[in-house]
Design a protein around this ligand. Sequence first.
Ligand code: SF4
Ligand code: SF4
Length: 90
Amino acid sequence: MDKLKRQFTVEINEARCRSCAVCWDAQVCEPQVLSWQPPFNKAIVVDIDACTGCRHCEWLCPDWAIVVRDVAPTLMSQAGAAASGLEAAP
Ligand code: SF4
Ligand code: SF4
C-alpha cells in the first residue's frame, strides 16, 4: 500500500508579484518552500515537497499573487482511496 502524503501546488503570478519579500520570510514559510529570483527578485518555488499547505503565503501576500492548492486525492493509492471512500487516481 502506498503511503498517503498530502501534496500541494503553489502557483505564483509573476505579473502580480512586487518582490515585497513577505512570502519567503522564514517566519511566514517555515519550511522555506519559497525564494526569489534575480534580476527582479520575484518569488519562486524552490522546494514544493516541503510545503505543508499552511497557506500563510497565500493569506499574507499583499498582491494576491499566490494560490496554494491541495492535490492529495490524485496521489492516493487504491487501498488508501478505498479506505477513505474516495476514488483512486488512474
Ligand atoms: S508576498 Fe506576494 S508580492 Fe510579495 S514577494 Fe511574495 S508573491 Fe511577491
Ligand atoms: S503553503 Fe505554507 S508551507 Fe507552503 S509555500 Fe505557502 S507558506 Fe510555505
